[in-house]
Design a protein around this ligand. Sequence first.
Ligand code: AMP
Ligand code: MG
Length: 328
Amino acid sequence: MPQPKVIDGHMTEILRDDDAGIGAAARLLRAGALVAFGTETVYGLGADATQAAAVAGIFAAKGRPHFNPLICHYESADAAFEDVAADERARLVAAALWPGPLTLVLPRRPDCRIALLTGAGLNTQAVRVPAHATARALFRAVGRPVAGPSANPSGQVSPTTAAHVLAGLGGRIAAVLDSGPCAVGVESTVLDLSQRDAVLLRPGGATVEAIEALIGPVIRGAAPGVALRGPGMLASHYAPSLPVRLNACDVTAQEGLLAFGPPLAGAGAVFQLSARGDTTEAAARLFEGLRALDRPGLTGIAAMPIPLAGLGLAIADRLSRAAAPRPV
Ligand code: AMP
Ligand code: MG
């Protein structure tokens, strides 16, 4: 049994794999706190995916210098397909391979409940139904999509026990639901079904042969002529269509202002990321802000300076990609 770990007076609670523990974990998640949970693959760091502030907490806890799109976890395919649009292929693989170590990337539905930050601002969202009984009981009790990257600090190996989670994130998250060691220890297979060609973005616990037996050929990695959609690849990142100007200290009436703290005067439109100058709040609002200002009538987006501390680093990374010259 792992021991609780305390950092700066914050203690990470260890919850037991029983009704009381699952109930407590679900209440914490619904309240916007971070709770790690075991699956059949690795321990995930969970947050209510409908609360952007909770999702920003995941990036802060992991110390990620950039935003990458997160997987949302559900108790059933029916629940998942309320948030993303499933075509015939998605229904086939879900029926055969869920619950299990397979993640599907699908288009967000117009009524999708998931915060834009969860999917790093993309129009697609990765979803999965894990096979682990405790995890599914947790998602059922939460009743909302649970965002969950692996529960380790950025750059470290994925955890397969509650003790690993505590060693990396103890004192930085509210609780870990201890369901024992993970069975597979390999991450889920990530399959992109958001476009006509099925593309394998990451090999993992579900084999590509099993998938191809159901839906036919799957493109492995980046074949010539196929748009790169994998992790960390440029095309997988949302960028507004208007040019973005960084570290603006003035603004014109033709520009939309992405404000941080007291806004500059004279903008054509203003979206406030954080009036009190808080980088975590700004991260939670970043993709909504970019979308809100990316509109006809404006000629560009001017972003006010944001300190390179906390999630400011990840915000700067995203804004500088948005400001970079676009491939045509
Ligand atoms: P992890 O949560 O650490 O297991 O990593 C999730 C994986 O899924 C990463 O490789 C992400 O880049 C990938 N992923 C999640 N959402 C998307 C998406 N919408 N499009 C493409 N890849 C995604
Ligand atoms: Mg990981």
